[in-house]
Each structure stands twice: as C-alpha cells, then as structure tokens.
Write a protein that binds this ligand. Structure first.
Ligand code: NPG
Length: 373
C-alpha cells in the first residue's frame, strides 16, 4: 500500500497564450487559449493539471470564472489536508458538489501527475497505458474561404497528420467536405458539428455520406441522445459523440440505443482520469472504439491527453497535435512534436514527462492564488 497523499497547498493560476492561428467552430472563434493551471503540492512533491474550461460558456456551461470560484471555494478546501488514498478517489470525494466536471478534472489530473511523479513512473504507466506512441490527427477550424481551408489541409497533410477533422456548421458542410475530398481522395477525414444541427437536417447530413468520412461528431444537441439514435438510422456515416458523453453512464446509454458507434473522450468534460478510464472501459465492453479529444490545451493538458490516449481502447487518431500547431512558445520543455507517421511519442519521464517553463508561465499569468491547508 502506498501512503495516502495529503495536499499541503494548491496553486490556481490563470494564463493566456495567443494561438498562432485563430480557431473557429460552429459556436465561436478563439484567438487565445486562456486556461486555469492547477499545481497540487504534497510535502514538496508537485503535480500539474489544466482546466479545459474557456472564458465563455460556449462548449459547456463552465467558464474560467466558474471553475476558479468552485475550485477556490469548494473543491480545493474539501481536499486540502485530508488523506487521499489514491487520485482515483477524488471524483467521489468531490461528489458533494454538483456538476463542474472541468474544475474537478483540473485538480484530479494534477493529483494524478503528483502520484505518478511520487512513484517515479510516467503518467501513462501510472494509468495503465499500453502504447509508447499514439496516432494523432489535426482539427481544422472554419476558415474565411474554402481556399484558405484547403491550404490548411495541405499544410496538415505535409506535416504528416494521420487524419484531418473539419469543423462543419449549416452552410459550411457539404460543399466544404466535397472540395476537401476531391483534392485529397485518400485522406482519413472526419467532421465535427459541435451540436449545430437538428434532426430535421438529417438529409443535409446524409448528403455527406458519399465522401467517406470516418465519422460525424456531435451533429445534434448535447442533451439529445434519442435524436442521435434516430439520425443514425438515416445516415450511413458513423456517429461519434463528444459533448453528450458526460461519463460512463451516458457512454453506456448512448452505445446501447445506437446514438453513436464511437466516443470522443475529453478529460475535462468527463471529470478527470478516473472517469475517462470508466468511459473507456464502458466503450470497450460495448465493442466501441474511443479517441482523445482536445480543447486547445497548453502542453500541460496535452501531456495529460497523451498519457490518456496510451490506454488500449484509444483506437482512432486523437485531436492531439504538436505544440507548434497551437502556440509560438508552449509552456513545457521540450515542446510536443510529431514523431513521424502521424504519431506523437508518449512521454516516458516521471509524471507528465516534460519540464514546465515557469518563465513563460509567469509571463502568461493573468492572476494566481495559492490556497494552503
Ligand atoms: O486540437 O485541441 C485541439 C482542438 C480540437 O476541435 C478541437 N476542439 O469541439 O472538440 C472541439 C474543439 C474545441 C476546442 C472545443 C476548444 C472547445 C474549445
């Protein structure tokens, strides 16, 4: 038995890093990644997590302000000074607080990193990962013109990404996918709607069937499993769910009723590594593959994603790109790079396996607060 972890302090730090290229989805446009970083400390040992909330409640109800508030007032005080038998216990310890999975994941993932470092193993090893490299794709946002998008796809293919995901919305869908497919007949291609359609749009979504998409991600509302199951009967392209899958129960239900055949797992959306593992296992039991989603994380969140994506049922390329795709200067050293053949090496050093660049973190900081036991 390893000794329980007693947190002595937790630092919350909000940072803002400009993106090298703006990222537009059906719900909005982002010019920077503004994130809360969490550092958990236990008698000198430290671990780091990144909250995937955004400044605005567009992808989910959480924002940086709500996450900071809930972490500062409720989650961190509930954990400080108590013996945590294992990081996988944290979800239950925080059950008293409803919702706020991204805030919960931020501290839960930080304690996972701490536990792995304390044990002298990589986070991947700590989580039970089975791969030393993961296959990765790139997610391309909506561009001002189709030509601009084609240029982005060309660049991504030249860099060696194993698949390209196109953001779609009504009016930026059939023609967009047709043009990309014409130019790149053999490319592994997927589309992500971020809940921009209604079941009434089934014919428009069926018009994407001829283009050989590996999946359409989250076409309908995030609370609507039932209509996704209806839609699945009316189109040939496999459906994947992201926003709708808030945990293992939602995963089980969605797969059971045929609302999707594939699941995108995001640490923040499901509430941390233990829940991500539970979603992974629920999909595995149903014979469905999962893949790792991304939220434009800095290197800290990205290393958590790489460790997660090394679990066995992550059988499709993740939204896990190299640091340079997002930032001029990432917050970790060395930056994340492609390792050839559309893969990224899973970090093998203790915990996240990369050093943090505190000089850059300091320079990017908007506010910081340390909460002590
Ligand atoms: O490479 O990290 C990445 C971006 C992947 O497309 C991506 N993320 O809807 O999945 C999404 C989208 C997103 C980004 C959602 C930022 C919310 C915020």
């Amino acid at each position: 038995m390893t000794a329980p972890i007693v947190l002595t302090s937790v630092e919350l730090r909000e940072v803002r890093l400009p993106l090298v290229h703006p990222f537009e989805t059906s719900f909005g446009r982002m010019e920077a990644r503004q994130a809360i970083l969490v550092t958990a400390e236990s008698n000198g040992a430290r671990g780091h997590g990144e909250c995937t909330a955004q400044p605005e409640p567009l992808f989910s109800a959480e924002t940086n302000v709500t996450a900071w508030h809930v972490l500062e007032e409720f989650l961190v005080p509930a954990l400080l000074g108590k013996g945590i038998a294992a990081p996988s216990e944290i979800w239950n310890a925080l059950r008293f607080a409803r919702g706020h999975p991204m805030a919960k994941a931020a501290i839960e993932t930080a304690v996972h990193d701490l536990a792995a470092r304390r044990g002298g193993v990589s986070l991947s090893r700590y989580l039970g990962g089975t791969r030393d490299r993961v296959t990765v794709g790139i997610s391309l946002g909506i561009e001002p013109t189709l030509d601009a998008l084609l240029g982005q796809v060309e660049k991504a293919v030249a860099r060696g990404y194993a698949r390209v995901k196109l953001k779609i919305k009504p009016g930026w869908d059939v023609e967009t996918v047709r043009r990309v497919r014409e130019r790149f007949p053999d490319l592994r291609l997927t589309a992500d709607a971020n809940a921009a359609y209604r079941l009434e749009d089934a014919d428009r979504l069926a018009a994407l069937d001829p283009f050989g998409l590996e999946m359409i991600e989250q076409p309908l509302d995030y609370e609507d499993l039932f209509d996704h199951a209806e839609l699945a009967k009316r189109i040939a392209t496999p459906l994947c769910l992201d926003e709708s899958i808030t945990g293992p129960d939602a995963a089980r239900h969605a797969l059971r009723i045929g609302a999707c055949r594939i699941i995108n797992i995001k640490l923040g959306r499901v509430g941390g590594h233990a829940r991500a593992r539970a979603v992974h296992d629920a999909a595995l039991a149903a014979g469905a593959p999962v893949w790792c989603g991304g939220m434009l994380e800095t290197g800290i969140g990205r290393c958590h994603n790489l460790a997660l994506a090394s679990l066995p049922n992550f059988r499709l390329p993740g939204d896990l790109s190299a640091s340079e795709r997002y930032f001029a200067e990432d917050l970790i050293d060395p930056p994340v790079t492609l390792a050839g053949a559309g893969t990224i090496a899973v970090p093998s050093g203790p915990g996240l396996g990369h050093e943090l660049r505190w000089d850059r973190i300091e320079a990017a900081t908007l506010r910081a607060r340390t909460i002590r036991a």
